[in-house]
Design a protein around this ligand. Structure first.
Ligand code: COA
Length: 389
């Protein structure tokens, strides 16, 4: 397998985009990534696009071809990948494999979703398709309800509190204040979270990621070429993916996401690194409990200690291991198909020292973690600044 690097990155602002279409968003992120890499469109050899439910959200399928068309890159091969909220991460991994295998030298990989065209109720139903339609969604178990079950189990097993979960939201809203592409630029307090209405007890409105529109793109290139093209190349040291039962009823444990644990273990082995080598991570905090599960399952903290570590500030921008400097899904926003790519965009900024006020000091090695559904897919990537020759 060859080494692969990211040479350019682009992201639209996440939020409600009433004046821009699905096409506009992915086109804009694609052009920004090309501009950032300094290469011309004709250098690209293939396109990968992640989107979860564009058919339900905007009535549009056939996204691979749409991206090639919008960017004027036909007749390049262009492929859509879908893995619920991990669609972006899975697209990144497949694009990575296509370059690592030697098939292509330079490819573009984007993620996009436009979720605000339909009502929040309809969006909740569309998102519910990421779980098991027959045993969960049909009976009314939407995503806030499924993660509420995981939260209850964690509280029962380890004494995790609603305030500790609230601290995840407080931290991520704070970080998002420094991210111009974030959906929310509003500082919140633990009391604000505690006073927001229950969506599915114990999760309240401010424990949830929002409904969002947005797109993100990165350009991948074989590393020896990448170093010649861009001084900003960041190398992908490892890319792994794992799966688990679609429904929560199939899980051995509800206090961990097994797919995250497996993908992380393989990722650290592939990169010859351990959790303590990581300087920062962008993890999948679709709900505040999800960040607590992630920082434990990725090995940053012992099982059961995630809530306490968060409470003590260990995951803040200046903490032991800064988690979600972008604001995460919670406050940067979660246009589902775009999230896995946005995490890679944030790594590109952070590892190149371009993240301004939210810059993690001395960031050299970063990890991204993208989850589909309630943990049925997990994708983990590790990045480091490529040595410039
Ligand atoms: N975090 C912070 N603020 C939020 C928010 C969130 N998640 N969701 C909405 N808001 C804000 C809105 O900006 C709005 O503020 P304003 O009055 O100042 O404009 C206010 O809260 C009400 O917004 P509204 O759109 O009416 O909220 P809602 O009640 O319809 O939707 C949720 C709230 C939590 C139900 C919705 O965001 C949701 O379904 N989130 C989960 C998405 C999900 O499941 N994703 C997949 C994860 S696997």
């Amino acid at each position: 397998m060859r080494s692969v690097s990211i040479i350019g990155a682009g992201q639209t602002a996440f939020g409600e985009h009433w004046n821009e279409s699905f096409r506009d968003l992915i086109g804009k992120a694609g052009l920004m990534a090309l501009e950032s890499s300094g290469i011309e469109g004709k250098t690209i050899q293939a396109i990968y696009g992640g989107t979860m439910a564009s058919g339900r959200f905007v009535g549009q399928e056939h996204i691979g071809a749409l991206i090639a068309d919008e960017l004027g890159l036909t007749p390049l091969p262009a492929t859509r990948l879908e893995a619920a909220c991990a669609s972006g991460g899975v697209a990144l991994r497949n694009a990575y494999i296509s370059v690592a295998s030697g098939l292509y030298d330079v490819v573009a990989v984007g993620g996009v979703e436009k979720m605000t065209e339909i009502s929040v109720e309809e969006a909740g139903f569309a998102l519910g398709g990421a779980g098991d339609q027959e045993t969960e969604l049909f009976h009314g178990a939407t995503f806030p309800a499924l993660y509420a079950l995981l939260a209850r189990k964690h509280m029962e097993a380890f004494g995790t509190t609603e305030e500790q979960m609230a601290q995840v939201a407080v931290k991520n809203h704070y970080n998002a204040m420094f991210n111009p592409n974030a959906q929310f630029h509003r500082e919140i307090t633990i009391q604000d979270v505690m006073n927001s209405g229950y969506v599915a007890s114990p999760l309240k409105l401010l424990d949830c990621s929002p409904i969002s529109d947005g797109a993100a793109t990165v350009i991948l290139c074989e590393t020896s070429k990448a170093k010649k093209i861009s001084e900003n190349a960041i190398e992908i040291l490892a890319s792994t993916q794992a799966s688990d039962s679609l429904a929560l009823t199939g899980r051995k444990s509800l206090t961990e996401l097994m797919a995250t644990k497996v993908a992380a273990k393989l990722d650290f082995e592939e990169a010859h690194l351990k959790p303590s080598d990581i300087d920062l991570a962008e993890v999948h905090d679709c709900f505040t409990i999800a960040e607590i599960l992630a920082i434990e399952d990725l090995g940053f903290f012992k099982k059961g200690d995630g809530g306490k570590a968060t409470e003590k500030g260990k995951t803040s921008l200046k903490g032991e291991i800064p988690i979600n400097p972008s604001g995460g899904l919670k406050a940067c926003g979660h246009p589902v198909g775009a999230t896995g790519i946005k995490q890679a965009v944030e790594m590109f900024f952070q590892l190149n020292g371009l993240a301004k006020e939210r810059q993690v000091k001395d960031a050299k090695i970063g990890l991204t973690h993208n989850v589909g559904g309630s943990g049925a897919t997990a994708v983990v990537h590790i990045f480091k600044k490529a040595q410039v020759k």
